[in-house]
Design a protein around this ligand. Structure first.
Ligand code: BGC
Length: 464
């Protein structure tokens, strides 16, 4: 099991996370982490260097605080850095990848077509930092790694990672033999497997099956990448608040509904036209979580949130208004979760993990097996042990045999109440999964999987 210190950088949402992780080699680790809001001017820019210099600066700050001796030259440690870069890249080696396109509100055209590891290494070198970018990772892959690292060695290995945060994506472990696309570049084929980043955010961009309401149409048209990431625009945190805002504006303007109007006046609420209700992208997805969780009679918590988020007077927000917001928010949130469940279901079916009769690998589901090789999440063999199924009980799932372990990260999955429950509803509806299959899928939050997982991969990459 990997052991030592490494840096993880997570770039992919509104915040930049940088962490320094000490892996103890026994499924435990100690991590220190910083989280900094990325200045919007760096997310949409004509200069590539500014964003990467900002990252290098945050890395320098973290080392200065926690390992100052490494900067003063007293210690000579060179840190491996895993870069979680959560955008579509063409990855041709563990430490190199070409950006294909930006998503989630980023737009720095000059980076497209460039190797993002080299861009970061260049800025790190300009600052003379003892850091080598050794791994490029998608956040969903980081989620698999951090969850696999922290699960006891006797439990089913994590094979799928999902992100439901600012953006959405899934990564799974695929057998090399099953990959028909020509693979170029440098890669280690010794495990016979490879992570596949699905980039399901851009599933069905031509909308042949996805639902498309008038609000989806408006949000897509107002985005910086119309026609792209159409699945993501219905599922991820960056878009859920905007979908809600768009729908509520319609209801505010509808003379039949008169949302956020004073009941006794024929005109609309004074001053409301200049509020966040009428400002694009002004509303984040946290209001959907409050709407879902407030089940009180008077919806006091939700009403307060509406007042805060939309910056409108509390006299314009009646209980009935809050009820309307709750219904619309619920429809948006539940749809997101169900679509997420469908995407996960598709991966489960594709990997045929439910179809395989339950057999265990020696390190996977056994308690106290002496003489086993230490657990390494990258070291997956398909050697099945005949007869062992009968001899040992299935350990991990409280609700039945567990065959598929899924790491989940992202603010929507973490904070939207019942997100997993709605995903599971959808999984049960998928042909080939159903009630029995759904029970055999275990999902677990891999919090901060993206940065910690990147550090783990960086270390494994250098120690391999
Ligand atoms: C990106 C993916 C990423 C996902 C979650 C999407 O916009 O294209 O690479 O994994 O967001 O952060």
């Amino acid at each position: 099991m990997a052991q030592g210190s490494a840096l993880g950088v997570d770039l992919g949402g509104t915040n930049l996370r940088v962490c320094l992780v000490d892996l103890h080699g026994d499924a435990s680790y100690h991590a220190v982490q910083t989280k900094t809001l990325i200045p919007p001017a760096l997310m949409v820019s004509h200069e590539a260097t500014r964003l990467f210099d900002f990252i290098a600066e945050q890395v320098e700050t973290l080392i200065k605080i926690h390992r100052p001796a490494c900067l003063s030259g007293v210690e000579t440690e060179v840190f491996s850095l895993g870069l979680t870069f959560s955008f579509p890249v063409y990855q041709n080696a563990i430490d190199s990848g070409i950006l294909l396109r930006w998503t989630k509100g980023f737009d720095i055209p000059s980076v497209i077509g460039q190797d993002v590891c080299q861009l970061l290494q260049h800025q790190v070198d300009l600052r003379n930092l003892p850091v080598k970018v050794t791994a490029l990772v998608n956040d969903a892959a980081g989620t698999i790694m951090s969850r696999a690292y922290s699960l006891p060695a006797n439990q089913t290995r994590t094979s799928i990672g999902t992100i439901f945060g600012t953006g959405t994506n899934g990564v799974y472990l695929e057998k090399l033999l099953k990959i028909s696309k020509p693979l170029d570049g440098r890669f280690d084929d010794s495990t016979g497997q490879m992570f596949i980043s699905i980039e399901w955010g851009s599933f069905d961009n031509d909308l042949s099956v996805l639902p498309n309401t008038e609000y989806d149409v408006q949000v897509n048209e107002a985005s910086i990448n119309p026609g792209n990431q159409m699945f993501e625009k219905r599922v991820s945190g960056m878009f859920l608040g905007e979908l809600l805002r768009t729908a509520l504006v319609e209801l505010h303007n509808d003379p039949e509904v008169r949302l956020f109007h004073r009941p006794d006046k024929s005109t609309s609420g004074e001053g409301i036209d200049k509020t966040s209700l009428h400002t694009r992208w002004a509303v984040d997805s946290s209001i959907l979580s409050i709407a879902e969780s407030d089940v009180t009679e008077d919806l006091a918590m939700l009403r307060q949130k509406i007042v805060d988020v939309f910056a409108i007077s509390s006299s314009l927000v009646s209980i009935n208004d809050a009820r309307v917001v709750k219904v619309v928010a619920h429809a948006i949130g539940k749809r997101a979760a169900r679509l997420g469940g469908m995407a996960l279901g598709a991966v489960v079916l594709k990997t045929e993990q439910l179809a395989t009769p339950k057999t265990f690998r020696r390190n996977e589901c056994y308690p106290d097996m002496e003489g086993d090789a230490p657990f390494n999440p990258l070291d997956v063999t398909d050697q099945l042990l005949e007869g062992d199924t009968a001899r040992y009980p299935i350990l991990s799932a409280s609700d039945g045999p567990c065959l598929v372990d899924v790491g989940v990260d992202g603010s929507v999955a973490e904070f939207y109440p019942r997100f997993e429950m709605y995903m599971r509803e959808a999984l049960r509806a998928v042909e080939g999964i159903g009630l029995d299959g759904e029970k055999r899928i275990r999902m677990g939050l891999a919090k901060d999987g993206s940065s910690i997982g990147a550090a783990i991969i960086a270390l494994i990459a250098t120690q391999a």
